[in-house]
Design a protein around this ligand. Structure first.
Ligand SMILES: NC(=O)c1ccc[n+]([C@@H]2O[C@H](COP(=O)([O-])OP(=O)(O)OC[C@H]3O[C@@H](n4cnc5c(N)ncnc54)[C@H](OP(=O)(O)O)[C@@H]3O)[C@@H](O)[C@H]2O)c1
Length: 313
């Protein structure tokens, strides 16, 4: 059997294992949440985000399904409400400061805060073997800075609890620092990004600025950046680095006020982003986000997951 066939077989086996795991209900003592537990999902009008909202609501939480477009967001929430689920819609564009501010005020006034934040909203303009950086600014602005904006805005509103509040960032293996392929060629930068003690917003933002400047002046191809979906991969690399940085910053919060933050790769999923190509369904792609959001006794933070398993950054 060749390498590709073996990988396919492994994938299929893991899919079956996870689909079996999903049929096992949480026991009463594992259920740290209640119908009053509030989960916010960004970009939840379709794709993986919609499924994350669906599955969290099926598990009995109150879900705030957000979308930058009011019409489609409202319609998506109605689908879940018609199924008897506790889902509410609010407009949220993660790159619009006014939209974030309005949402922040609303969630504070309506629920006194939130318990779970799933940063799912994201964009990508490359498909197949394309690698244009024409939309690099937009991609990095949304995937990295939008996610960071949401984390900053929501942290002060995360409600104290014995189980800890949770942040799950939907990322991608394409943004791995140490993947077998698609690495950053600049060894100094890679070492700096790898060392959690030297990580800073300035370091991550500086790397994004350097790339964006090179994308603008046409020199990015010799910059040693990831070769596949360069702008998207870098935006997710920044999300991964920021996850580790925030885990370090949040780690000294006292018991009862803990916030755990992790990221995961959903796999290659059949959604609009991939032109409905991919190995797996949005239901399967949503699984690890929901698992991380609901893990009983979660004390894991600053880690990267795929298919419910920790993987290296
Ligand atoms: N599909 C995959 O194979 C794959 C693999 C790895 C990671 N991911 C990640 O998974 C996440 C979900 O992707 P998907 O595959 O479900 O793609 P999708 O169907 O294109 O969904 C993306 C969602 O993000 C929303 N969004 C984009 N910009 C936004 C903004 N500024 N504010 C709020 N929402 C915004 C979109 O809203 P509109 O409907 O208004 O555009 C849409 O709801 C993304 O972070 C993506 O990078 C996907």
């Amino acid at each position: 059997m060749d390498k590709k066939a073996r990988a396919k077989e492994r994938r299929e086996k893991r899919r079956q294992e996870i689909s079996l795991l999903r049929t096992i209900p949480y026991s009463d003592h594992q259920r740290w949440w209640s119908p009053d537990t509030v989960a916010v999902v960004t970009g939840a009008n379709r794709g993986i985000g919609f499924e994350i909202a669906h599955q969290l609501a099926m598990d009995g939480l109150t879900v705030i399904l957000t979308s930058r477009d009011t019409g489609v967001g409202d319609a998506a929430a109605k689908v879940l409400q018609d199924g008897g689920l506790n889902v509410f819609f609010h407009q949220l564009d993660i790159v619009n400061p006014l939209s974030i501010e309005t949402f922040t005020d609303w969630i504070q006034q309506s629920y006194g805060g939130l318990d779970i934040l799933v940063n799912n909203a994201g964009i990508n303009f490359n498909v197949g073997s394309d690698n244009s950086v024409e939309s690099a600014e937009k991609v990095i602005e949304t995937n990295y800075f939008g996610t960071k904006n949401m984390i900053k805005a929501m942290i002060p509103l995360m409600r104290p609890s014995a189980s800890g509040a949770r942040i799950v960032n939907v990322s991608s293996r394409l943004g791995r620092l140490n993947g077998r392929r698609n690495r950053i060629g600049n060894l100094t930068l890679r070492a700096q990004l790898e060392d959690v003690d030297s990580l800073s917003e300035e370091l991550i933002g500086g790397a994004m600025d350097t790339f964006l400047q090179q994308a603008k002046d046409g020199t990015w191809e010799s910059g040693g950046w990831p070769k596949v979906f360069t702008d998207y991969s870098l935006s997710k690399l920044a999300v991964n680095a920021y996850t580790r940085l925030m885990a370090r910053i949040l780690s000294d919060r006292p018991e009862g006020h803990k916030i755990y933050i992790n990221c995961y790769c959903p796999g290659w999923v059949k959604t609009a982003m991939t032109g409905w190509a991919g190995h797996i369904t949005p239901e399967e792609g949503a699984d690890t986000a929901v698992w991380l959001a609901l893990l009983p006794d979660l004390s894991i933070s600053g880690k990267f997951f795929a298919e419910r398993r920790e993987i290296n950054f």
